[in-house]
Design a protein around this ligand. Structure first.
Ligand SMILES: *Cc1c(COP(=O)(O)O)cnc(C)c1O
Length: 380
């Protein structure tokens, strides 16, 4: 059997909608399908304003511009995350202040946020790892007390909830990804969610190269011009067409992924009880979209051994983030070994298992069986 880590999929009318978009004669940004996606996400999440972007990276870059990040500002974020979470702010001159993660959810440790705040702190960026919500009540309370903005990196978390609120709609801004490895895909794509009234008008401008072109198209101004910072952050309507077909089937995709997640959890729990591995934890106040499934092994050597063993059996299991504070740029900014013990310990021991819409039951059984046999045969 050959089971990749991820397999991009088509669920319904993706190709039909693409042809419709091409026939419509409007394949640039903000065409019919982009508007349909905006409406669908807005309605689903109960969000104030949604704009598709070319990626989650782009949505985060827009966030940094909207938050007026400049040299000398500090941004609090986990080190255990994708590089774009930090780069979007670093690009504008901010100094990243990395905070450790919780050992259970691997999310930003909300009990360590307050001590990282200085006079220069401007934004907190919680990352909802795997689609499991950070403790947003605590984070929002800290932000409100200190006058800070909150940008949720919800790249994994479209359709996940925290206390019955959708992730991405709780902070001032939320950022989603539709990269082919995420739950709902269009190859490369993203969305920015504006929950703070102050950002709504400016977001359209930043996304349209710093011009008021969106107003012009709506007939609100008679010509458009350069008014602010900005870049080309809007995706082609062809990509929106693909995405719309996926979003129309959001519930079905969600159910399938959560079924796969729950099945891993159930079938691997005997190994967790034996103490050979640790399973993901979803706090009771969170409902996860089942973005990814990971196991945590006892040490890095066992993790790498299991990863290679699964590879030899045709299974694509992969590790995840290398701590940002120990990366090339992170170390140049003063990041040190031992600074974030949970991040450093988890990063070397975590292994992600295949989880995609079309993963079949017998494939999943084969993966679980392979993990069992690794431990049964004492291969570790
Ligand atoms: C995937 C990912 C991103 C970036 O998403 P793109 O759409 O590929 O730009 C940002 N943050 C996290 C946590 C991610 O996993």
């Amino acid at each position: 059997m050959k089971i990749p880590f991820n397999r991009p999929f088509i669920i319904g009318k993706e190709l039909y909608y693409i042809s419709q978009s091409v026939i419509s004669g409007h394949t640039a940004g903000d065409g019919v399908f982009t508007k349909k996606c905006h409406e669908l996400i807005k309605e689903k999440l109960g969000a104030r304003m949604v704009l598709l972007t070319t990626s989650c990276t782009a949505a985060l870059e827009m966030s940094a511009i909207l938050c007026n990040i400049g040299p000398g500002d500090e941004v609090i974020l986990p080190s255990f995350t994708f590089v774009s979470t930090v780069n979007a702010f670093y690009m504008r001159g901010a100094r990243p202040v990395f905070v450790d993660i919780r050992p259970d959810t691997l999310n930003l440790d909300e009990t360590k946020v307050e001590e990282a705040i200085t006079e220069k702190t401007k934004v907190i960026v919680p990352v909802h790892y795997g689609g499991v919500g950070c403790d947003m009540d605590v984070i929002m309370d800290i932000a409100n007390r200190h006058g800070l903005l909150v940008v949720e990196d919800a790249a994994h978390a479209l359709h996940s909830e925290y206390k019955e609120q959708y992730l991405g709609t709780i902070g001032d801004i939320g950022a989603f990804s539709f990269h082919e490895t995420k739950n709902y895909i269009c190859g490369e794509g993203g969305a920015i969610i504006l929950n703070n009234e102050d950002f709504i008008e400016r977001a359209e401008i930043v996304r349209e190269k710093g011009t008021d072109r969106s107003k012009f198209f709506r007939g609100e101004v008679d010509k458009y011009t350069w008014v602010d910072l900005g870049s080309s952050y809007l995706p082609s309507d062809i990509l929106a067409a693909f995405l719309y077909a996926q979003l129309e089937n959001m519930d079905e995709i969600d159910i399938r992924r959560r079924t796969i997640f729950d099945y891993y959890l159930k079938t691997l729990s005997p190994l967790a009880e034996k103490g050979v591995l640790k399973l993901p934890v979803i706090p009771p106040e969170c409902r996860s979209c089942g973005h990814l499934f990971y196991i945590i092994l006892k040490d890095e050597e066992i993790r790498n051994g299991l990863m290679n063993y699964l590879k030899s059996r045709g299974i694509g299991a992969v590790f995840h983030y290398l701590p940002l504070h120990l990366s090339t740029v992170g170390s140049s900014l003063g990041g040190k070994d031992g600074q974030l013990p949970v991040t450093e310990s988890v990063s070397g021991r975590l292994l992600r298992l295949p989880l995609f819409y079309e993963l079949k039951e017998d494939e999943q059984d084969y993966i679980v069986e392979s993990i069992r046999s690794f431990f049964d045969r004492g291969l570790q």
